[in-house]
Ligand binder design. Structure first.
Ligand SMILES: [Zn+2]
Length: 112
């Protein structure tokens, strides 16, 4: 009788250990999923035209035509190709690099 109860306790212990392990495993994989989706969001092309930190206009002007497309409300939203500002849905305006730099400096942005 004593031995039986020991076996039952051991079995309960093992089962609870297994369920704990599977539980923490599933929550971990969910965390991984969340992290992956966040990474996808930050890498989407729309987000990437929102410039942060020091803005390098020559690097943005990939086709070297001396012109970029800049949002007239969010000066740090700059693209080398025509597009829409992801922040306010306004069409980006074609400006020369010099004009874009002037706009950025006037509005306190750090330009290379
Ligand atoms: Zn905008």
């Amino acid at each position: 009788m004593k031995r039986l109860s020991v076996i039952i306790i051991a079995a309960v212990f093992v089962i609870s250990l297994f369920s704990l392990a599977s539980c923490s495993k599933s929550s971990k994989s969910e965390q991984m999923k969340n992290m992956q989706s966040q990474q996808v969001n930050t890498q989407s092309p729309e987000e990437s035209i929102v410039r942060k930190g020091q803005i390098d206009l020559n690097a943005i002007d990939k086709n070297h035509d001396g012109k970029v497309y800049q949002d007239q409300m969010h000066w740090n939203v700059i693209s080398d190709v025509p597009g829409i500002c992801p922040l306010c849905d306004m069409r980006l305006q074609e400006v020369t690099i010099d004009k874009a730099r002037e706009n950025l400096k006037e509005n306190g942005f750090d330009v290379k």
